[in-house]
Design a protein around this ligand. Sequence first.
Ligand code: PMP
Length: 432
Amino acid sequence: VIVSVSPEFEDCKEIAQRAQDHIPGGVNSPVRSFKSVGGTPLFIQRGKGSRIWDADGNELVDYVGSWGPLILGHAHDSVVEAVERALGKGLTFGAPTEGEVELAKMIVDALPSVDMVRLVSSGTEATMSAIRAARAFTGRSKIVKFAGCYHGHNDGLLVEAGSGGATYSIPNSAGVPEGYARETLVADYNDVNSVQRLFDSHPAEIAAVILEPVAANMGVVPPAPGFLEGLRLLTANNDALLIFDEVITGFRVAYGGAQTLYGIVPDLTCLGKIIGGGCRWGPTAEGGMSWSGSAPGQYVPGWHTVRKPACGNGGDSNPQGLAAPGTYEGLEAASARLADGLAAAALKAEVPLTINRVGSIMTAFFNGGPVEGWDSVAASDRERYSAYFHLMLERGVYLAPSPFEAAFVSTAHTPEDIGATLEAAEYALARV
Ligand code: PMP
């Protein structure tokens, strides 16, 4: 089923050349650049279901899925129809709409920690607003984050961040004032003691601990048994808030997010990606207990904040119909088959490969494992991943152009897609 790829990518290269003239680095987000794996970024013309087509007309099975939102695959009919319907009614009003109320109710019903929702326009804004709420509520200024976790490009959160920061080993972004960075304390993922030490050395100074409850921006790293429980206890004992950044995991690892899967209730939750239905201008959210939206003196405005047409929500009572029975079971089965097949292919090829997977997000680390936090992630073989990436591309499979990102399986990936991907992986792993 995979359409053979012309390895020249001539049209993509020509566009990339022009892009360099007008866009810094030629791309608008660092991990798209192919800097990590080498070669020229693909310029995508269209997508449908599990497939994307590049400017040269190559048809590829896509596991980037726009980094998470496309849980139904590309251009799903129900999503496209909902967006078209909404567009016809006007783009933005700067006034409230009933759709916002329905969406908020849907989120409240889905997530155990949330009983009020403030809708914003990006994951970056959601985490920024959650942290402001936590600071306002506690009257403290410091926050704790984990090395390798990414929470958007807020100044104070670009400290030892995952995603592009991890790929290019940039511990801090230039342009972040030292004073901001000083308010951010960094702990080790899956190490509760590292958080305990920070509470000990900064008594009554820490407003909140923020984390991806399943890390996905240093590649997928699941929480070790007891880790989330330990953080819940530590934050409660120290009068600090626990913030789950579920921008990737919300409606992904379970309908009710990681907090449902692991049974841990945070104080604040940040959402994005899937609840926007793939529209960059769709809603994202910061949700928590009822006090969070009205913490003393806290200000979270936005002239176009939400009711960009309720993308993906489409007037249904759930995002993209995801609550339909069988959705997550189907994703689990396809993802398990992919992960098991990759592990078998690696064994056959005698390549050390550790596959971390939670539901339909997974990362294959070129590393004997276990991969449990930033140090073990960083010990992976980057050159081998680059070779694997290009061999998979040659066989028509588009993976993240970085070793430290997740692969996203959607409901549009068919058994044939998974089978063809595994054939490609056998070919690639035998040659890396
Ligand atoms: N948090 C997490 C966990 C993310 O993965 C991302 C985006 N990759 C963000 C926050 C930031 O979201 P946005 O790009 O919409 O600002």
